[in-house]
Ligand binder design. Structure first.
Ligand code: FE2
Ligand code: FE2
Length: 483
């Protein structure tokens, strides 16, 4: 409880494999930070559920038995551990000018500022998503989904701990200051917003939540994959463990949207509706029509592509060259891992057409990661379409053109349709309602957001899961609401 914080035995209450007990300096820094973290969690974490007992997965160690132990826990009592993937004997830096040298166990002085910035940017996204999602508990479509939301939330909280540990352990007074700032910024705040655009958007409903975890958590996965390649070994090991949790977040998003698609398809079949654009009749069934799902996907995809930054970036080149941030699956790529003379095709809009232009590969690393992201995303979209196909519904969810609705990079300012036509302002204004969610879509989705809190009950617009969590059924009491 809050008044016993001073008595917490941090070396044992924080599951860790970094010998916290033997590291007085970091232990003291964490002890000072923890009450502020809890204040933040109570202020900005899931609203109205701080006393509920939630069936959560806690990582108490990184081995097979320990990394996923399930039990009921009140979220403020969650054991936010500091866990790094095991150290690899003899690991060397896999890319850049230091390729082949032993990995660093301490921060190299010349890369200190660069590393700190990357860790802070990654760290900032973790609490941001918790803040974005804090009102969703009130309208959960089932206890199963409520539990999954909270699982994602506590793990994003743990990811913040992971980044704060690195800051406090390796960056001295600067790191401690950054750790406090990570608790100070607020998603969507006018004066001190979170650092990246998509993390200041609202997550007003569960469809937005599932789309966010599908599209935007996947950007997180790509960033973590790149940082997991880092020559700074503590960062690499931290990210490798975070990726195990991140997989669940994308599962929540992909299956969440998948279950919505399934329910819509089933309802259409039951009602004998074959035209997916017969929106009014479909909505009257209490399910979400597929064109609306497509518009939501368009929005979240475009917002997420912006997170990859400018197509050409000197910062990205420096981070690679110095061995700090690699490429997606760097060690599986068959090239020299130096890229000094290599080129990479970058999509541009030139003379009225989209063309690929060969650019220096080092400068184009953001573009490359974005391409890897798009390929990864497309696999999930194909699984959504299989759900429709299996049920005989003639509709295909598609990824919009990369230039659609972009705010950052070479396509910012262009008005481009999802199919890649460049439009005039008048054409855009006329068609925007077909491309992006409208206020009327939002109102309709809001009308479906009524809480369903009975064990085994599900809202009208989402199918139950095929299997539950931890081998429990879909009717397990995943959350025990406080009396
Ligand atoms: Fe995360
Ligand atoms: Fe995540």
């Amino acid at each position: 409880m809050a008044n016993s914080i001073g008595a917490v035995d941090y070396s044992t209450s924080i599951p860790n494999n970094v010998d916290l007990a033997g590291d007085r300096r970091v232990l003291r820094a964490l002890e000072r930070w923890h009450p502020n973290y809890l204040d933040w969690w109570k202020d900005m974490g899931p609203e109205g559920f701080q006393e509920a007992l939630v069936y959560l997965r806690t990582a108490v160690s990184v081995d097979r038995e320990g990394w996923a132990t399930f039990d009921y826990v009140k979220m403020p009592d969650y054991r936010w551990g500091i866990l790094l993937a095991p150290q690899e004997e003899g690991r060397t830096i896999p890319f850049g000018q230091h390729k082949g040298e032993p990995v660093w166990q301490e921060v190299p002085g010349e890369y200190r500022a660069l590393l700190r910035r990357l860790i802070v940017i990654q760290g900032d996204t973790e609490p941001a998503s918790v803040e974005q999602q804090r009102h969703l508990g009130a309208t959960a479509p089932s206890l199963y989904d409520l539990r999954n939301l909270f699982q994602v939330n506590v793990e994003e909280g743990r990811h913040l701990w992971a980044m704060v540990y690195l800051l406090q352990k390796y960056f001295g007074a600067d790191g401690r200051e950054e750790a406090e700032d990570l608790l100070r910024r607020r998603s969507g705040h006018e004066d001190s917003p979170r650092m990246l655009g998509a993390f200041n958007e609202r997550t007003p409903d569960w469809l937005s939540f599932f789309m966010f975890t599908f599209f935007t958590d996947r950007d997180g996965k790509m960033q973590l994959e790149s940082l997991a390649q880092s020559g700074f070994d503590p960062l690499s090991r931290t990210c490798r463990f975070m990726l195990m949790e991140e997989a669940h977040h994308m599962f929540v998003g992909e299956r969440g949207v998948g279950r919505i698609i399934q329910r819509t398809a089933e309802a259409m079949n039951e009602a004998g509706i074959t035209d997916p654009y017969d929106v009014e009749r479909i909505r009257a069934l209490g399910v979400i029509d597929l064109p609306t799902l497509q518009r939501k996907a368009n929005l979240h995809y475009a917002l997420t592509l912006d997170l990859f930054g400018n197509e050409l970036s000197t910062n990205a080149a420096n981070a690679f060259n110095s061995g700090i941030k690699g490429r997606f699956r760097e060690t599986y790529i068959d090239d020299d891992h130096l890229l000094l003379d290599a080129t990479y095709p970058v999509l541009r809009y030139q003379d009225g057409a989209f063309v690929e232009v060969q650019e220096p590969a080092l400068q184009a690393l953001n573009m490359r990661l974005r391409d890897d992201y798009i390929a990864d995303t497309a696999q999930g979209i194909a699984r959504w379409n299989k759900i429709l196909n299996d049920r005989g519904i003639a509709f295909e969810i598609t990824l919009p053109h990369q230039a659609f609705h972009r705010q950052i990079g070479t396509f910012a300012g262009l008005l481009v349709s999802p199919t890649g036509e460049v439009l005039s302002e008048a054409e855009w204004a006329k068609a925007e309602g077909d491309f992006l969610p409208s206020p009327a879509d939002a109102t309709f989705i809001q009308s479906l957001m009524v809480p369903v809190t009975g064990s085994g009950e599900y809202a009208s617009w989402i199918a139950p899961p095929r299997v539950g969590i931890d081998n429990k059924g879909g009717d397990f009491e995943y959350v025990q609401l406080a009396a």
